[in-house]
Design a protein around this ligand. Structure first.
Ligand SMILES: Cc1cc2nc3c(=O)[nH]c(=O)nc-3n(C[C@H](O)[C@H](O)[C@H](O)COP(=O)(O)OP(=O)(O)OC[C@H]3O[C@@H](n4cnc5c(N)ncnc54)[C@H](O)[C@@H]3O)c2cc1C
Ligand code: SF4
Length: 564
């Protein structure tokens, strides 16, 4: 989609780069309030015509059996569990959009979607609130910068976002994990209930349903989930939250929002005399032409590494180290989560008949953090905390041996397993950072980023505790054949990146204020997770959305008061 000449000459009130979790909300909030908004989205248009959750494999060209064909153009993206022949073209082509890494520090930057709605097309939908205790951690343990806002500032925005996106979950009344505004929860299975009771009895730890942005009751024309399973391929009943048919659709429906797809933002354009952002330059991915669009306010919502890349690529003589980077911290304090260590065990006594194509509940279980929480002496081996995500499964015995009837019988012996893995905070370290790699450009001529990321002692010690504690809980619940899953040599990085343009109250140490507004450039905001000073253990998207809506409300007040 190209802008017409008239549109190109128009000055929008607000330009938003990206249409995912944050960009969708910014567009909805601002356009519904009457501001003229333009979204620039690097990806292609998305609609339910592309959803394939009910399409059987045999209808696909390669029956979903030839991953090599798709991993040729997407060797990195194909590593994410949600990737398959069904949706390969929702992801960027790694050869067209490369990035580089520092020697000895491999980093899989996964989930680089290129469709409207961003990563929310394929996300796991888990929505957990941060607690005050976690947000205050830097003031307590002295590591990193404290958040310039508190849980009480966010609470009404969590409520607002949860009500709209529709989250189902079990309220547990725990201070260390605040409850949300929930729809009725999916039920736990017998095995999950057994595990929950045993682990509570023995350790006082809480196993609950993962709160997920999946409807159990219809909402705003969206239907309740019917347990079909492969949510990462879309959802025709719109049961899980995806900006495509919610926030972005509402924004466009308001009549105040122009969505331009295949628009790869390159730089924020500055007016040097007034030290203000005046627009954005972008490359039309279809024609490879460079275009410009004007706006009174620019909001970057392109996902952490992408937004920081734009800021670094936008350097000017007045902002030589990248926009708004007088503090020198832009690109630094890159964080993610530890993941992929844990344990699993078998529970044969819970045997149920395995089935193919049966109902699939699109949510697992969650074990609420129990390390370094309020009221406990802090641990000596690591700072901060982690929670577990897990699931119980009943499967066929696919590794059965033998032939004929004996094989058939063995195959049908139910394999009942319970697996849990820890998801924990990685500390924000200055030496985990991205910079522009001036030797490499993408297919659109835009310099790429080089990622420097490694785990430190804290992440290693936390991962060891994750494995040991998982095994002790499975043991207490009566699991057989417990298997430990230690941290792999090349750590798996989930898609929970944050930091690098951190918020803070001191402009000498941070890029953004508590409303994600650049300290140095009044009309420039970064409303994705780039501003997060730390990356608490819960999955980030719910907080990304809540912080973004809060920042939009501030932006509108400032515009009204003529301050921007
Ligand atoms: C497989 C997977 C599972 C996940 N599961 C969960 C989960 O269960 N819970 C949770 O909280 N989080 C989860 N996440 C993380 C979550 O999806 C992200 O934290 C969240 O989507 C980030 O929001 P965002 O707005 O920053 O970016 P996105 O939602 O990714 O949106 C960014 C958009 O910007 C566009 N863009 C990028 N660069 C440019 C550019 N230069 N110009 C124009 N547009 C651009 C992209 O195409 C994209 O559409 C998951 C992620 C993945 C990949
Ligand atoms: S399992 Fe539920 S949320 Fe997932 S695609 Fe099917 S209906 Fe949608």
């Amino acid at each position: 989609m190209n802008l017409s000449t008239n549109q190109a000459q128009q000055t929008y009130d607000v330009l938003i780069v990206g249409s995912g979790a944050s960009g969708g909300w910014a567009a909805k909030r601002l356009s519904e309030a009457g501001l003229k908004v333009a979204i620039l989205e690097a990806g292609r248009p998305q609609s339910s015509a592309n959803f394939s959750e009910h399409t059987p494999k045999f209808k696909l060209k390669y029956r979903n059996m030839a991953p090599e064909i798709f991993s040729k153009s997407r060797p990195i993206q194909s590593k994410v569990y949600a990737f398959s022949e069904y949706t390969a073209n929702w992801y960027c082509d790694d050869s067209e959009e490369p990035y580089t890494t520092a020697p000895g520090k491999p980093y899989n930057w996964l989930g680089r979607t290129r469709v409207v709605g961003g990563r929310m097309n394929i996300w796991g939908r888990i929505c957990i609130r941060y607690s005050d205790w976690e947000m205050e951690a830097p003031s307590r343990d002295g590591y990193g910068e404290p958040w310039p806002l508190e849980y009480k500032d966010l609470a009404p925005y969590y409520d607002l976002v949860e009500r709209y996106i529709g989250v189902n979950g079990m309220a547990e009344g725990l201070e260390e994990r605040p409850d949300g505004v929930y729809q009725p929860p999916f039920p736990l299975t017998c095995l999950e209930t057994h595990f929950r009771n045993r682990v509570k009895q023995k350790f006082g730890r809480t196993t609950t349903l993962q709160p997920t942005a999946v409807l159990t009751q219809s909402l705003n024309g969206r239907g309740a989930c019917h347990y079909c399973g492969p949510c990462e391929r879309g959802c025709m009943t719109r049961s899980y939250f995806n900006p495509v048919f919610t926030t972005v659709a509402d924004a466009v429906l308001s009549g105040n929002c122009t969505l331009t797809t295949n628009a790869m933002a390159y730089q924020v354009l500055m007016d040097p005399d007034r030290n203000r952002a005046r627009g954005v330059s972008y490359i039309d991915r279809n024609t490879k032409e460079t275009r410009e669009i004007n706006g009174r306010v620019v909001i970057l919502c392109a996902q952490t590494q992408e937004s920081v890349r734009i800021l670094l690529n936008s350097a000017t003589p007045q902002h030589p180290g990248g926009l708004a980077n007088a503090s020198g911290v832009l690109g630094h304090y890159f964080t993610n989560h530890i993941a992929n260590s844990g344990a699993s065990g078998e529970f044969p006594e819970f045997g149920a008949k395995p089935s193919l194509g049966g109902p699939v509940r699109p949510a697992g279980v969650y074990i609420v953090p129990f390390r370094n929480i309020k009221g406990q002496a802090p641990r000596k081996d690591f700072l901060r905390t982690y929670g577990y995500e897990g699931y119980a499964s009943v499967d066929f015995n696919w590794s059965a041996h033998g032939y004929s009837e004996a094989y058939k019988k063995a195959l049908h012996t139910p394999q009942v397993a319970f697996s849990i893995g820890g998801w924990g905070e990685t500390l924000p370290r200055f030496d985990n950072f991205v910079e522009i790699d001036s030797t490499v450009k993408d297919a659109y001529g835009i310099p790429v980023i080089k990622i420097h990321m490694s785990d430190g002692e804290n992440e290693d010690a936390m991962s060891i505790d994750v494995v040991e504690s998982a095994a002790e809980m499975l043991d207490a619940a009566g699991a057989k054949n417990i298997r430990l899953h230690p941290k792999p040599a090349i750590p798996y990085r989930p898609n929970h990146e944050a930091g690098m343009a951190r918020m803070g109250s001191d402009p000498k140490k941070s890029i953004l204020n508590q409303y994600q507004q650049a300290h140095e450039i009044q009309n420039l905001f970064v409303m994705d997770a780039s501003g997060f000073p730390t990356n608490p253990s819960p999955n980030p998207a719910l907080t990304i959305m809540a912080v973004c809506v809060r920042s939009c409300d501030y932006l509108m007040e400032e515009l009204k008061r003529g301050e921007i």
